[in-house]
Design a protein around this ligand. Sequence first.
Ligand SMILES: [Zn+2]
Length: 340
Amino acid sequence: MKTLIKNGRVVDPSQKLDAVMDILVEDGKIKALGKNIAEAADEVFDATGLVVTPGLIDVHTHMREPGLEAKEDIISGTKAAAAGGVTTVACMPNTKPVIDTSIVVSGIKERAREESYANVEVIGAISKGEKGEELAEMGDMAEKGAMGFSDDGHYVKSSRLMVLAAKYVTAFDKPLLCHAIDPELDSEGYMHEGAVSARIGVPGVPAISEDIAVARDCIIAEYTGAHVHICHVASKGAIDIIRQAKKRGVNVTSEVTVHHLTLTDEACADYNSATRVNPPLRSADHVQAMREAVLDGTVDAIVTDHSPHAPEEKDVEFRYAPNGFCGLETSLAVMLTDLY
Ligand SMILES: [Zn+2]
């Protein structure tokens, strides 16, 4: 099977490539790249006026399997990814049961091989059941191909456990992906603490709930040498802590979501429960800081934190709505429209 993609603007930063070209694909592999490829193909696609790029990778998504299929599953989640140009997704382990054993890692990989529309990488839990009490069998999960480890949705509250986890993962060179938000400060509110929360009368969460947690995890990265990746950074204080750590040579990376680059807390002003997300949508100064951090390289990846819920779960009063919303279908389009 040969497919010829003609006259597309081929963009691939890894090859320093940005030019109008043809691409010949044979049996799923690129066979030729060049101007005016004349070879006969079974299928010819005219990409005039379109951009042709390698598939995007999203390192922070929730495929909701196993156990939460009313929200999303591997089929619907990877269909959304493919529709948005994302060909590899990494799925977080806050499922039912939690992805905290090698058998669950293998099961998801197996199911993804059979039924998915994109590559699925699996992130295992740091602690058993994401309870923050006892380390999960990260070595076993790594052996079965877990990409990294995270208690996403929860902060690993115990610094002692987090240090142990960091020492453990250095043995097999996998990152810890940290949901770095102080849970006690976080539990006091429902949106970003600032002028909008004060105006509409919704208790707010201070941005320092991120800063404090991010600082600790950067310190643990520095102490252990482990690769610590800070998930969904949304606070200007937190991103500056990461910037300083990187300058010192700490093995820390970070990601920012599409929504934290493009939406402010004004989106919450009409109590639309769809806008509830964690970290919350922040004020314009934080959004601007995140944009600057993308430009100066403090941010290593733009992600969606694609976190669908069933409509009946989300269609409730603002403060009762679960955090999270979809993003895979729209991430690239939003980035190109708002930022590029
Ligand atoms: Zn998270």
